[in-house]
Design a protein around this ligand. Structure first.
Ligand SMILES: [Zn+2]
Length: 401
């Protein structure tokens, strides 16, 4: 195994979450127990400091037809609108004809906000179902994996590239970077949104580790990748989405100087020590402790005769459930909004999913797997809280949507 970013062979295992199923593989009843398992292990690169998985589930399996829809979450859609408004106001307010390409455009939620600002938009989405949903909603979307071949086929240049929550999925990382370089206008801006490893550590949000996330970036480590392909980041900030994500602005090398804000964040990151092997070793110990504490909590609830339902069935929840070994004996069901998941079971632990309209009884405890929407969830469920339902957050993010 060589480092996915810098090709070094100096990789050391730091977090081992055991054998896990692909976490987006929610199962039909007849498929329960037949799902394959893969190692879920994080390695640390001693040369470039990027943490990464050592096993790759084929992208055709993971992204050929997944059921995640970004449009189902209100705060995510608002976040995407803010991004579009901000990028436009900062860089393209005076540009007449402007265009944007979104990599991994999902159901078109991000691009709709650009359309509203007068942009010519193009989505590239690998999931057939979500690409169709986007096209039906009037967002031109190519059903394909984004790489150099796809970019050549598209055959034009764009003012903006957006890659939100996909830049750590990509198996063809270097090809994708080259394709962006090829398709981004000389004065164009590439907006990258990624989970911030520093926040993952601070929040102890180890459930963000799953097979779709091949890489875990900090500013330091993503800049290694970008520099390698002739890009440089010139501004960035931390957004509350997913418990702490970086929104980074990137352009061709030599175009712009780094902002004061970016310089301050780099310094903050250096001081935190999050890019060191010691930080990863401590992270690993804290994860193991968290497992013990959560098992005590759930077993005590069971012993006291309390009914526990999961709140949300995010893919990351499966990392946690599988690593903790929590099944239907401790959490009866996972309550979910996404209609595409009706009647399905969670991979690995086989907890049944219930769509909100199927829930007829109240639990004593909602165990919140979708913890990154803590604020939204608490605000929307005040009625249940008043009735005495406890909302337990296994992860308590410093910032939340
Ligand atoms: Zn490396």
């Amino acid at each position: 195994m060589i480092c996915r970013i810098c090709d070094s062979t100096k990789l050391e295992p730091v977090v081992n979450l055991g054998e896990q199923p692909w976490c987006n593989n929610f199962l039909k009843k007849e498929d329960v127990g037949k799902e394959p398992f893969y190692p879920l292990r994080v390695l640390f690169c001693h040369d470039c400091h990027t943490s990464q998985l050592d096993s790759t589930v084929k992208k055709e399996i993971m992204f050929g037809d997944h059921t995640y829809l970004s449009g189902t979450t209100k705060s995510l859609s608002e976040h995407f609108r803010n991004i579009a408004n901000e990028v436009d106001a900062k860089f393209f307010a005076n540009t007449r004809q402007k265009s944007v390409l979104d990599i991994g455009s999902n159901d078109g939620t991000q691009l709709k906000h650009f359309q509203a600002l007068g942009y010519e938009v193009l989505g590239v989405e690998s999931s057939k179902t979500t690409a169709r949903i986007a096209n039906d909603a009037g967002v031109p979307t190519l059903h394909a994996f984004f790489n150099q071949k796809t970019m050549s086929d598209i055959g034009k240049k764009f003012d903006i590239f957006n890659a939100s929550g996909v830049f750590f999925h990509l198996e063809e990382l270097h090809s994708v970077c080259e394709a962006i370089k090829q398709g981004l206008k000389q004065d164009g801006v590439f907006v990258v949104q990624f989970l911030y490893m520093k926040s993952i550590m601070e929040n102890l949000a180890f459930d963000q580790i799953y097979h779709e996330h091949l890489l875990y970036y900090s500013l330091e480590t993503i800049e290694v990748l970008l520099n390698r392909h002739g890009f440089s980041m010139f501004d960035a900030y931390l957004a509350s989405i997913h418990g702490g994500s970086i929104i980074g602005y990137i352009t061709h090398k030599g175009n712009r100087e780094p902002s004061e804000q970016l310089l301050a964040m780099r310094e903050d990151e250096r001081v935190s020590g999050c890019n060191t092997i010691e930080a990863y070793r401590e992270f690993d110990l804290r994860i193991q402790r968290m497992r013990q504490e959560n098992l005590v909590y759930l077993n005590d609830a069971k012993a006291a005769g309390k009914r526990v339902f999961g709140f949300g069935a995010p893919v990351k929840g499966n990392t946690m459930l599988n690593y903790f070994g929590v099944g239907p004996d401790l959490i009866e069901c996972l309550v979910e909004k996404n209609e595409l998941r009706r009647g399905l079971y969670s991979p690995g632990m086989h907890i049944p999913l219930l769509i909100e309209d199927e829930v007829t009884e109240l639990p004593d405890i909602y165990y919140v797997l979708a913890w990154n929407f803590k604020k939204e969830i608490l605000a929307n469920n005040q009625g249940l809280i008043d009735k005495g339902v406890e909302f337990y957050f296994p992860v308590n993010p410093k910032v939340s949507a």
